[in-house]
Design a protein around this ligand. Structure first.
Ligand SMILES: *Cc1c(COP(=O)(O)O)cnc(C)c1O
Length: 226
């Protein structure tokens, strides 16, 4: 199946999930996660109308950005663990960073984005499952990260992001997505954080039912990763 056909399928899955949840499909942004896949496939998705793309690794992101600099209006989302010393490499062009998880990373990213004369949208990544191998701040650390962001003039807080623990049944992700939404509601609500970045190929339906406004989908669009 072509990337265009797969994209159409994912868009219709999102539309059905929204219909079931009584939500407007316009509330949900699809980020196409292109990590490990060739820039040519990003080009195909762009030709099919996709504009938001996600990458996990700084080097791979900057290489693809260079290879695809001719694509107007393409928005790059950084969704991987960001080391403080790599903030500078993406600050000049990234649209959204989904993985701010410490006051230190917030202030370094802010400094680099300000130096580039830009403003970048950010999410705070929360490790709601408390898994030691996953990045993201602990729920108890969230207020401190949000306080730090309030002082970052070049970062615009959009909301919270999470990657739940894997469960074979996608429904197993629901309590983690609900927990992320509850954290948002306990820390200023939608007025402060309009967006929830949650849901991937395996559990995007469940995420939409739990209020996701951004879903990050790789495999269903680009195929399995090597
Ligand atoms: C790889 C990745 C995705 C996409 O996962 P798929 O299962 O391929 O849809 C989404 N979010 C993050 C943070 C990822 O690392």
């Amino acid at each position: 199946m072509s990337v265009a056909a797969r994209l159409a399928e994912v868009r219709s899955m999102i539309a059905s999930a929204c219909a079931r949840a009584g939500r407007d499909v316009a509330e949900v942004t699809l980020v196409a996660v292109s990590k490990t896949h060739d820039a040519a496939l990003v080009r195909e998705a762009y030709a099919a109308g996709q504009r938001d793309f996600g990458e996990n690794y700084v080097q791979e992101l900057t290489a693809k950005r260079d290879a695809l600099a001719d694509l107007d209006g393409l928005r790059w989302h950084f969704i991987g663990h960001l080391q403080t010393n790599k903030a500078r490499a993406i600050a000049p062009f990234v649209a959204t960073v989904h993985t701010v998880d410490s006051p230190r990373l917030a202030s370094e990213l802010d400094r680099r984005v300000a130096a580039a004369g830009r403003v970048v949208d950010v999410f705070v990544q929360v490790n709601v499952g408390g898994e030691s191998q996953k990045s993201g701040c602990a729920p108890a650390e969230l207020p401190a990260v949000l306080d730090a962001l309030a002082g970052c003039a070049s970062l615009r807080l959009r909301g919270l992001m999470t990657v739940p623990p894997h469960t074979d049944d996608p429904a197993g992700a629901a309590p983690y997505f609900a927990a992320l939404r509850a954290l948002r509601d306990a820390n200023g609500g939608a007025a402060r954080m309009p967006d929830l970045s949650m849901g991937m190929t395996h559990d995007l339906d469940v995420a939409v039912a739990q209020g996701a406004t951004v879903v990050r989908v790789g495999t269903a669009i680009f195929g399995a990763r090597g």
